[in-house]
Design a protein around this ligand. Structure first.
Ligand code: XLS
Ligand code: NI
Ligand code: NI
Length: 440
């Protein structure tokens, strides 16, 4: 086996050294045992590493192929390479001291000549994970099936016009759901990789939506059948790779779930860059999910302000991150969910240390942002401003209207009788923005 036993060389496990440290190979903010709002930092953030970007993506872009030339991607028996990749992955988990990881079936093991063979490959690597997890602290945040890379899925998986593709996708998901369950996974994610259309001219949109609803119901039924206690999550994305994806954004997914009768069964995994592509801020999508009662987990990354792609960069913006975490804390924090870095290093970042530092820097950024978000919560001034703004609804008439105790005619009669003439009040946006800046 030509794969490296020690890809990361002499890089030692990261420890917390504090904000004054100039050591890039230590945490300056991520102090996992520090109590923040009554909870350990590690339990707030529940960091996860994504197998696909960090260990499987070869560095390609639309104009050029592989740049990384990782030793576990070349030369030799594919299963032996997959085992070497697992060793490297668990080395990174240990170096960074992350509590979770996430994978697609096709990231961890090669596709076989039949589904049976593919499943056996996935099982073999999952067995290795299980053995490693007996002695390592890392746990599985979620598993998922890759229903988008193989050409059989070019017209979608559950929404494919060919029922045999629907069947194939179902069989694949059944297996990964079971493997996720056996590995103690805390969630199972469905990202509609190609659940959308390229042109309406060849698409029966209503039928495809119904197929998707059927598929989701099958997955949820199977989850209960096997006793999986984790959460089923859908990851919204508006487009890319298809022109239009049915799971466009959080609001759209909620509509799909209601249509399928699954709004109490399925939650969302919200990705920052997908929110941007949908024309929303990350915190908007989190707040929307919380408001609808479907907030589950997040994929942390960022896009590029100039390009309209899912560039999946590691987050670097402290304010955006703090505002997103503020919404998560307000939503009650993660339960089964976590913060998965669905992010990849740039294709010129060739060195093993680039991969380590990308994650470490992002973890530190999130930890620092968590402290800011905690200040926002502890101080309470932001919440008080919002409460004050809506205080009128706590009054007798506001309360009665909201509770459905007044008809339209009742309301109109009162407006006339009292000669109501509501006066606008300042929204105080800049004052609130200054308040946010004061926590930094
Ligand atoms: C792609 C998605 C994908 C999911 C998992 O854009 O972010 O990586 O997170 O299938
Ligand atoms: Ni994602
Ligand atoms: Ni994405």
């Amino acid at each position: 086996m030509n794969a490296p036993v020690r890809f990361f060389g002499e890089i030692q496990p990261f420890r917390y050294e504090g904000p004054e440290s100039r050591n890039l190979f230590a945490y300056r903010w991520y102090d996992k045992d520090r109590m923040v709002l009554g909870k350990r930092m590690e339990d707030h953030l529940r960091f996860a590493i994504a197998y696909w970007h960090s260990f499987t993506w070869p560095g390609g872009d639309p104009f050029g192929g592989e740049t990384f030339l990782r030793p576990w991607m070349h030369g030799g028996d594919e299963m032996a390479l997959a085992r070497a990749k697992a060793d490297v992955a668990f080395d990174l988990f240990r170096i960074l001291d992350v509590p979770f990881f996430c994978f697609h079936d096709r990231d961890i093991a090669p596709e076989g000549k039949s589904l049976r063979e593919s499943n056996a490959n996935v099982r073999a690597i999952a067995d290795i994970f299980a053995r490693k997890m007996e002695t390592e602290k890392v746990r599985l945040l979620w598993g998922t099936a890759n229903l988008f890379s193989n050409r059989r899925f070019m017209a979608g998986a559950a929404t494919n016009p060919d029922p045999d593709v629907f069947a194939y996708a179902s069989a694949q998901v059944k297996h990964v759901l079971e493997v996720t369950h056996e590995l103690g996974g805390q969630n199972y994610v469905l990202w509609g990789g190609r659940e959308g259309y390229e042109t309406l001219l060849n698409t029966d949109l209503k039928r495809e939506l119904d197929q998707m609803g059927r598929f989701l119901n099958l997955v949820v039924e199977h989850k209960h059948r096997i006793g999986f206690k984790g959460t089923i999550l859908i990851e919204p994305k508006p487009q890319e790779p298809t022109k239009h994806q049915y799971d466009y954004d959080v609001g759209t997914v909620y509509g799909l779930l209601c249509r399928a009768g699954l709004q109490d069964e399925v939650k969302v995994n919200i990705e920052a860059n997908h929110a941007t592509l949908a024309g929303h801020s990350f915190e908007h999508e989190i707040a929307m999910a919380a408001a609808l009662g479907i907030f589950g987990s997040i994929d942390m990354n960022k896009g590029d302000a100039q390009s309209g792609w899912d560039t999946d960069q590691f987050p670097t913006n402290i304010e955006d991150t703090a505002l997103a975490l503020y919404e998560i804390i307000k939503a009650g924090g993660f339960t089964t969910g976590g913060l998965n870095f669905d992010a990849k290093i740039r294709r010129q970042s060739l060195d093993p240390e680039d991969l380590v530092l990308a994650h470490a820097g992002a973890m530190d950024l999130c930890a620092r942002a968590l402290l800011m978000a905690a200040k926002m919560v502890e101080d309470g001034a932001l919440q008080r401003a919002v409460d004050e703004r809506y205080a009128g609804w706590n009054g007798a008439e506001g309360g009665a209207m909201f509770a459905g105790e007044r008809s339209l005619a009742d309301i109109a009669a009162r407006v006339e009788a009292e000669g109501l003439d509501p006066q606008p009040r300042s929204g105080r946006q800049e004052r609130l923005e200054n308040l946010v800046a004061s926590y930094f």
